[in-house]
Write a protein that binds this ligand. Structure first.
Ligand code: ADP
Length: 582
């Protein structure tokens, strides 16, 4: 049993039983102090030193009880304390007078009396009462010396000693609490100053953190915009030089380098969003096996030509449809598979997806270099790698696992691993993925190979983007897929609205950040016009902040495409929107 807790519970229970004005702050102590005095006085009244004192004790008891009652009825605290102390002093003066003057043990009570005003009213009231007591004690010193007291065996030569003892003790009793009070006030001042300093530091830190998020957001936006042109034109060029193997090879190199750069940018952005708690889960219903297979197949080209046994094993009992953040699940799988392949030179890498009713256990087992025991607890830390050689030999930024684990936790799961140096590792994560109903429209648009049904029609597109290279890229992509289409261009939202008035358009591709009038405002205005209420508008943005994306959607966009985009994906989305117009 927890004794301190039992004790405080008991004390709380007792305090709750006190009359209301005696409950807060120090009042319970005052109440019990007075109650104790009443008890002592009642005890004394049974065996008084002189019979006449009995009545004095009893009158004092009645007075103290009346004082308690008056306080409960509303008598101000300083009044109650000063009244009580005054009556106590009078009683003690009589007692001391008849019980030995300066030698009386009752002088000790006189010394204690000022403690009540000191603690209950103020240190000034306490000091005033101490001075009064010193005067009273001095009076007794004089009275005893002059032998004015009732017949009592007074030794005059001891009076000085007794007087000095009591005076010094009384002084000590006043000075010591005052010194402590000063020390306490000083310590409090220092603590307050520290607190203030800490608070300022906290505000500065929060500001710095916000600035960092802002900075990372801007940098990633600025990096994504040119990456859009690089990735896009690379893909376009690749489709045109299929007959020249040298050129294909070179373009595949630039493509891979661009992909790698995108991974780094995305990792840093994801990590900063995870830290800031901004990353949101975007649930969708999808076929679990397809996503696992898709992640697995992404690395097929890498293992082709090697002796690695690279395979996937999926339980028959797995549910077909599940609901979670498909993109994030894919990201974690890709990260684990990428690591396993990076650190495995021979043997096998196996992706297993097992049904653990109602959860799913994903695991990636390899026979690679493994991780030494002493380094195992640091690999989930950000920017941490097992040892310094890893960066030199294998590259990487040490963010992948830190992000993956946080993502799995965000999806409500857990992640772990087992590893032995030289034998291999097994990274796993478990997600609660109960089977769910198949959605009515399970169109996996991203996976179809570009537009087919609308390709020959003479569509009219409007591309609004302030970057000429981005406009050129979108235009090329559209013209490639829809050779008979006409593409109008605008450099800002206002120009896009003007063009819409002049000529009829089938679909708008709108950049979100533009000077003068941005894509959000332009879309909002466009939706206010009856004629364009159903006109398909696709947003294009390098901003991946989920809060901003939500604002874009609310402005009235049909869909948002993140930059950099794969040309095929852009075309598939455009076709989907066009099909709705047929
Ligand atoms: P990166 O791979 O970019 O270095 P990660 O966070 O993905 O960053 O991994 C951190 C470290 O964990 C790696 O540098 C490596 O030392 C270790 N590690 C991760 N996966 C494996 C694996 N399958 N086999 C051996 N070591 C691994």
């Amino acid at each position: 049993m927890n004794m301190p807790k039992l004790f405080t519970d008991l004390a709380d229970g007792v305090v709750a039983c006190l009359p209301s004005r005696f409950r807060p702050g120090r009042m319970p102590y005052a109440f019990f102090f007075v109650a104790l005095i009443i008890g002592v006085l009642l005890g004394y009244s049974l065996y008084p030193a002189l019979p006449v004192f009995r009545w004095m004790y009893l009158i004092m008891v009645v007075f103290l009880v009346a004082l308690l009652a008056a306080f409960q009825k509303g008598l101000p605290l300083p009044w109650a304390v000063n009244l009580g102390t005054s009556i106590g002093t009078l009683l003690l003066i009589v007692l001391v007078w008849f019980t030995g003057g300066i030698y009386s043990r009752n002088i000790a009570w006189l010394m204690i009396l000022p403690l009540t005003p000191l603690y209950m009213v103020s240190w000034r009231a306490g000091a005033a009462w101490y001075v009064a007591m010193l005067l009273v004690i001095s009076g007794f010193g004089l009275g005893s010396y002059m032998q004015w007291l009732p017949a009592y065996d007074v030794q005059q030569f001891r009076v000085g000693q007794a007087y000095t003892t009591y005076s010094i003790l009384t002084m000590v009793m006043i000075v010591v609490p005052m010194i402590y009070d000063r020390m306490y006030v000083n310590a409090l001042r220092v603590i307050r100053a520290y607190q203030q300093e800490l608070e300022t530091k906290r505000l500065e830190l929060e500001h710095a953190l916000r600035m960092r998020e802002h900075f990372i957001g801007i940098v990633s936006h600025e990096l994504r915009t040119p990456m859009n042109a690089i990735v896009g034109f690379n893909a376009l060029l690749l489709s045109r030089v299929q007959d020249r193997p040298e050129a294909v090879k070179a373009l595949q190199h630039t493509g891979r380098a661009a992909d790698h750069l995108m991974t780094v940018i995305n990792d840093i952005l994801d990590y900063s969003q995870l830290q800031a708690g901004q990353l949101m889960v975007q649930r969708e219903t999808f076929v679990l096996r397809d996503v696992a297979l898709h992640a697995f197949e992404l690395f097929l080209s890498r293992v082709r030509g090697t002796s690695l046994d690279y395979r996937i094993e999926q339980d028959d009992a797995l549910p077909t449809w599940v609901s979670t953040d498909r993109h994030r699940l894919m990201q974690v799988l890709v990260n684990l598979l990428g690591n396993a392949l990076k650190f495995t030179h021979q043997g096998s890498v196996v992706l297993r997806v097992q049904w653990e009713n109602p959860g799913v256990l994903f695991s990636v087992q390899d026979t690679g270099i493994g991780i030494p025991k002493e380094q195992q607890d640091r690999i989930f830390r950000r920017f941490a790698q097992a040892d310094a050689n890893i960066q030199a030999r294998y590259g990487g930024n040490g963010l992948g696992l830190a992000i993956s684990r946080q993502l799995v936790e965000l999806l409500g799961g857990e992640m772990g691993f087992e590893s032995a140096p030289g034998q291999g590792s097994r990274f796993w994560f478990r997600l609660s993925l109960p089977a769910c109903e198949s959605p009515e429209r399970a169109l996996q648009a991203e996976q179809t190979p570009g537009p087919t049904q609308t390709a020959q029609m003479a569509w009219r597109f409007l591309v609004a983007d302030d970057h000429p290279i981005n406009r050129l890229l979108v235009k090329q992509v559209l013209k490639n897929a829809w050779p008979n289409a006409q593409v109008l261009e605008a450099v800002n939202g206002q120009q896009a609205l003007d063009l819409l008035v002049q000529s009829s358009v089938d679909l708008v591709l709108m950049d979100m950040v533009m000077p003068e009038m941005d894509g959000i405002e332009a879309t909002r205005r466009l939706r206010q016009n009856e004629a364009w209420r159903t006109l398909p508008v696709m947003g294009l943005t390098a901003n991946v902040n989920p809060v901003d994306l939500e604002t874009f959607r609310q402005a009235g966009l049909n869909t948002v495409m993140l930059k950099p985009f794969e040309p095929v994906q852009l075309c598939n989305r455009v076709e989907q929107l066009l099909l709705q117009r047929l």
